[in-house]
Design a protein around this ligand. Structure first.
Ligand SMILES: NC(=O)c1ccc[n+]([C@@H]2O[C@H](COP(=O)([O-])OP(=O)(O)OC[C@H]3O[C@@H](n4cnc5c(N)ncnc54)[C@H](OP(=O)(O)O)[C@@H]3O)[C@@H](O)[C@H]2O)c1
Length: 331
């Protein structure tokens, strides 16, 4: 495993990180807690030191599972990345999702990155994560009702207080990044990015390279699609958001699976799976610091942790890129 610095900070992350969204049990159908804890422990055993979670992932549950998984490790053996700004415990803020909590009760998730909200959220996260600092604290989504400057000044206070080691954002556009950078030394940005979702290459990634901001791409397996295991008639479990996600429309699944079949021999030549090929390819792209790969059980965590173990030749990369260029999706 390779370890890379987050911008100018002294936080080093693993080239592949453990994504802890699905294990929270929200938007991915049923999830087994024991499998979740074992998945994180397997990843850490294999050199993954970075774990990305958020309060809203299972309404606190993902953060608690992360704490449980790393409880016996020295604190500096892992980097705990969490987020703020997506609230389910207040109605102050613009509604992002009308959803259900883990007991099936209807709730609303709002965007709220106000200084008062941040002060509460950091303490809640520190308690759930059973720690006294977060390695990277990230705004989860832009808040249309709170100026970026106000949010970033509140984050600056947390940096000074030592509650967080470094600050980042997710889902920001370039103008938003530029404003945030004027206030604090922002070190990272999370955009969605995978072989089949490359919008971030247009301006986010070039801007981050120019400003020495680490790029932490999320959903590198396009939520499981790039593993080739999902057929066009797949019925997802109740509550799994993929049942209505455009990437999982039957025609898109068929097109991706045809392409994935062409990837198979390239992966096999390295003793790898196509899931590993997808993560490996993503980690190799310009400007990418740490690929956030989600996993729900130890087998997936092991496969993903081993994904940087091989080097694709230039010829293989060219063939993969050629296949990607030929892919047409209806999104
Ligand atoms: N900042 C943000 O707004 C944001 C948004 C999204 C994600 N993220 C972060 O990025 C992380 C990764 O993204 P993601 O979870 O959306 O998607 P992903 O990493 O593309 O896909 C994860 C899903 O793919 C399946 N999977 C993973 N490894 C596999 C393997 N080796 N073989 C077969 N199936 C495998 C699992 O679901 P099944 O087994 O059910 O198929 C898993 O939940 C998240 O966990 C989160 O930390 C951040």
């Amino acid at each position: 495993m390779e370890y890379r610095k987050l911008g100018n900070s002294d936080v080093k992350v693993s080239a592949v990180a453990f994504g802890a969204w699905a294990i929270g049990g929200w938007m991915w159908g049923p999830q087994d807690d024991r499998q979740a804890v074992l998945a994180i422990r397997k990843a850490v055993d294999l050199g993954v030191t970075t774990i990305d979670t958020a309060p809203v992932y299972g309404f606190g549950h993902s953060e608690e599972l992360v704490a449980e998984a790393v409880r016996d490790l020295p604190r500096d053996r892992v980097q705990l990345l969490t987020k703020f700004g997506m609230r389910w415990d207040t109605d102050k803020g613009s509604v992002r999702w009308e959803t259900a909590d883990l007991a099936g009760r209807p709730i609303k998730v709002v965007r709220n990155a106000t200084p008062q909200g941040i002060e509460k959220e950091i303490n809640d996260s520190l308690r759930r994560l059973a720690t006294d600092y977060v390695d990277l604290y990230q705004q989860h989504w832009p808040d249309p009702d709170t100026p970026v400057e106000e949010t970033m000044r509140a984050i600056e206070k947390l940096l000074k207080a030592g509650k967080i080691r470094a600050a980042g954002v997710c889902n920001y556009d370039v103008p938003g990044l530029a404003v945030a950078l004027k206030i604090i030394p922002l070190v990272s940005c999370q955009p969605p990015y995978s072989m089949v979702n490359r919008a971030a290459e247009k301006d986010i990634i070039p801007f981050c390279i120019e400003k020495n901001i680490a790029v932490l791409p999320y959903s590198p397996l396009q939520r499981g699609l790039l593993t080739g295991k999902i057929g066009p008639g797949r019925k997802f479990a109740p509550g799994d958001h993929r049942s209505t996600n455009a990437f999982f429309r039957p025609a898109n699944v068929e097109a991706v699976n045809r392409m994935v079949e062409e990837f198979r021999p390239i992966a096999a030549a390295h003793g790898a799976t196509v899931a590993q090929l997808a993560i490996n390819w993503t980690a190799r792209q310009k400007g990418i610091t740490s690929v956030l790969a989600g996993a729900r059980n130890p087998e997936q965590a092991q496969e993903n942790a081993h994904s940087p173990d091989f080097i694709l030749s230039d010829g293989e990369i060219n063939r993969i890129n050629q296949l990607l260029e030929g892919l047409k999706l209806d999104l």
